[in-house]
Each structure stands twice: as structure tokens, then as C-alpha cells.
Write a protein that binds this ligand. Structure first.
Ligand SMILES: [Zn+2]
Length: 278
């Protein structure tokens, strides 16, 4: 009899634990669903400053070159990016237009990919100037203009605010730090920051891309002189980021000096264009 009581109590206890576990699970699922609904609503309701269109038109050459329809699409992509990604000034005041410039830098390289979203970034930090590899803004080693965070900084990008602004103040100098860093993120999206952005490249273009990339890096390392920024000869990942800046800032010049490279990049960044041939 005592053994039966003991057994019945044990079964009741198990039932109670199971019920509480079930309630906890249902509550956890409800919290996740509610959180997702609130986040989706927040993204949907997020609004850009009213001056965004005029600002982009005045400062972003890529945007200026788009048709009216494409500009509307670009605005929406910028809005969506900023609704999902925080842009934070570290120890400095930043403006709404600085945020718009960050978003424009993110959207320009993937504008031909309507469904592309950066899943590997949640925040962009803007520093008052250059910084070092340990993210310090003081000291003699401050020569970094932008960086994709890793380790504890995973999911974050750091940009020097003056470098962000300078990237758009002269659209034809071939330099745009923010586009450079977003090119690294695009490269990283397949799991390896190796200069081979597999999501952009058709399988048959991977080997030609690697061939031209290595050919150019070797030439740049040998001659120490090139129309491509020599920083691109550092490694494959830097070559892809540097040549992406060149592609978006001075496409005609790139096409003239490096037709094969240009054709591959055009195929990568504008795969839907009919007249593209590699
Ligand atoms: Zn880089």
C-alpha cells in the first residue's frame, strides 16, 4: 500500500512538472512570436527623414544616376536597412544624413539583389576619426578608417565618420571606405572573408575571378605601381574590397584599364543586365 502511494505521488509530481514545463514552453513561444510581431511592426513603421531623397540626390552619384522608379526602390532599401541596423556615434554627435550615407553604402553594392539583407550586421559604430586595430581612437597606431568587427565585436562595423563623409564628397576618386567595408561583409556572407563572394558569383565564374584576382595582385606586388589602390595587393579579401570601391566609383576607368576584371565585377554586381558578357 505504501509502495502504491509512493508510486502515485511520483506520477502526480511528474505530471505537475510536465504541466509547468508545458506552460513555460507555451509562454516562451508566445514571447518569441510577440517579439517578432513587434519587431516586424517597428520595421514597417520606421520612417526616413523627409529630406532623404534630396540629400541622396545631392550627395550620392549612384542614386543620381538611377531612374525615378529605381530611386523609389533605393529609398525603400535604405529605409529597410536603417530599420534593421542601428547606426551609433561613439562619443560624437551624428546626423540623420550620416545614417543615410551608411545605408546608401550598404545598398549600392547589392542593389541588383532585391532580396539581399545583411544578416551579419546589427550595428554600425561611427568614430570621430581613425582608430587602431584594438578600436582605440587615441595613440600613434591610428591608421584604420573602417573595420568589420570580429570576436566580441561580431555583428558590428566601425567607420571613421570623416572617412564615411569623404567617400561621397568626391565620387570619382575611387575611394569609399564604407563601400569597402560592406564589400567585406558581402564577401563574409558565405562564411569566409577570402575575396571570393560566392553568393554573387555564378559557379562558372569562380575560377576566372580567382585567376584575374591573383594575376592583378601579383602584378601590383611586383611593380608597386597600379591604377588600383595598392592596399588591394595585401590579400584576396582586400583586393575584392578595393576593386569594389573602384567599380562603383570609376566604372569607365576600370573597364578601360581592366576589361576582364570589369566584366566579371559587372556580372557579380549586376547579374540581371542583358548586355553583360564575361
Ligand atoms: Zn579592407
Amino acid at each position: 500500500m505504501r509502495r502504491c502511494d509512493f508510486y502515485a505521488n511520483k506520477v502526480n509530481r511528474s505530471k505537475t512538472i510536465f504541466m509547468w514545463a508545458l506552460v513555460a514552453l507555451i509562454l516562451a513561444i508566445a514571447i518569441v512570436i510577440a517579439g517578432n510581431i513587434i519587431r516586424r511592426q517597428r520595421i514597417k513603421n520606421f520612417k526616413l527623414p523627409a529630406t532623404t531623397h534630396d540629400y541622396l540626390l545631392a550627395h550620392v552619384a549612384f542614386y543620381k544616376a538611377l531612374s525615378d522608379d529605381k530611386r523609389i526602390e533605393f529609398d525603400e532599401r535604405v529605409r529597410d536597412f536603417l530599420a534593421r541596423t542601428a547606426v551609433t556615434g561613439i562619443g560624437i554627435e551624428i546626423t540623420e544624413t550620416d545614417k543615410v550615407l551608411v545605408a546608401a553604402s550598404a545598398i549600392i553594392p547589392i542593389f541588383s539583389f532585391p532580396d539581399w539583407r545583411y544578416n551579419n550586421i546589427s550595428e554600425v559604430l561611427l568614430y570621430k576619426g581613425t582608430f587602431d586595430k584594438e578600436y582605440h581612437t587615441e595613440g600613434d597606431e591610428r591608421n584604420v578608417l573602417g573595420m568589420v568587427g570580429s570576436g566580441a565585436m561580431q555583428g558590428q562595423m566601425i567607420l571613421s565618420l570623416p572617412a564615411l563623409r569623404a567617400g561621397f564628397s568626391n565620387p570619382a576618386d575611387g575611394q569609399n571606405t564604407a563601400i569597402h567595408e560592406f564589400a567585406h561583409l558581402i564577401d563574409k556572407a558565405d562564411g569566409a572573408t577570402d575575396g571570393v563572394p560566392e553568393y554573387l558569383l555564378k559557379p562558372e565564374h569562380i575560377q576566372p575571378w580567382i585567376k584575374y584576382m591573383h594575376q592583378n595582385i601579383i602584378e601590383m606586388q611586383k611593380s608597386r605601381h597600379s591604377d588600383i589602390n595598392l592596399y588591394g595587393a595585401t590579400n584576396d579579401a582586400e583586393f575584392f574590397a578595393v576593386i569594389s570601391e573602384y567599380f562603383f566609383e570609376r566604372p569607365q576607368e576600370l573597364q578601360q584599364h581592366h576589361p576582364e576584371l570589369y566584366a566579371l565585377l559587372d556580372e557579380m554586381f549586376n547579374p540581371s543586365k542583358e548586355d553583360t558578357a564575361v
